[in-house]
Ligand binder design. Sequence first.
Ligand code: LLP
Length: 397
Amino acid sequence: MSNISGIERETLLQAARRFGTPVYVYNQSKIEEQCLKLHKYFPDVAFHYAVKANANPDVLRIIRKQGMGAEGVSEGELAAALAAGFKKKDLSFTCSNLREEELRAAAASGARVHLDSLNQLEVWGRLKLGKEVSLRLNQGIGAGHHKHVITGGPDSKFGIGLEDIAEAKGIAKKYNLSITGLQQHIGSNALDAGILLKAARVLLKTAAQFEDVTHIDFGGGLGIPYAPSEKELDLKAFGAELKKYIHEFKKSRGKTVEFAMEPGRFLVAEAGTLIVSVTDIKQTTKHTFVGVDSGFNHLLRPALYASYHPIENLSRTRGKRGRFSVAGNVCESGDVFATDREMLAPDIGDVLAICNAGAYGFSMASTYNLRVLPKEILITKDGKLKNISFDSALFAR
Ligand code: LLP
């Protein structure tokens, strides 16, 4: 949820004036604050930031400097992480349905590769890509804000099912591989630590069947509250409980085991705002449409997942309120950021902030309808505005 203070409002308006709208603005202090929270509540865990949430090079550098590693799902993401200074040893890679040469490139990058299928394991062995392997498991537990982002369970394409463990071990034996890592990622934007803890507990139980395992990765999925009715994830309780599991597991092993998590959204979502301008207002028999100069080409989440993003009018703090549907400028009826949302009545020319857009906002943006991508601006720690726009084509492979 957003709570735009007076200073923030002025800074965001300044960004809109200086760089034009639509524009993404990220707040460095907020990203750092989120990193600190994770280190505080999960002292035994190494973090690999999921680059897909926001791959901006400056954002990556900020996160790296906070002591995080990085997780990538493509050669491009690994290249972006390396360019931002992440060390090879702090990289991990997870992806399904790869071409052989992609798997080869992932192995060559030095990242810890979590293999997604029996076939990937077979290819890894046949190509002799390394003696040690890590497996991504699908333990039948999934969670997430929308069915598209639930990555555990029988409807998910990801991971090696528990029923295939014996076969995986067989393939490993055939190629003389040692299964030293296990990973899972059950889905995205869980606000209930209960499900993440349950999945962690089951993973540790499964790990007992793998005597060589020295690295366990619980994946990402840590949620943030988008809608006013949603509550923050209770990190303190989550961290305390996970710590107990970790200690128990370490004791049972009698050797060093490393633990990791792969948060994406949690670090960047609340730090980012998409700023747009009102270009039109239209009353239909059913809705009042407030047209803006951006659309799902720049922020896809509402159209793709019916996601809620708080919207604030930066140009006014008081006035008449009403219900408005905020619609974009893409030529599709599904291009609506909010339907019948209660807000201050806007006027043409007003500047609106679409909040909590720092994760999976710009990174999922496109030039659909042949409109240019928004600029990306950073509010640095000393309150300055820095243009950090980058050309993602430089990294895409
Ligand atoms: N690890 C793996 C293997 C993943 O696939 C993902 C996200 C993450 C970590 C990070 O998940 P997070 O902590 O951000 O939830 N576009 C969607 C989210 C897709 C997430 C895909 N995988 C959205 O806008 O909600």
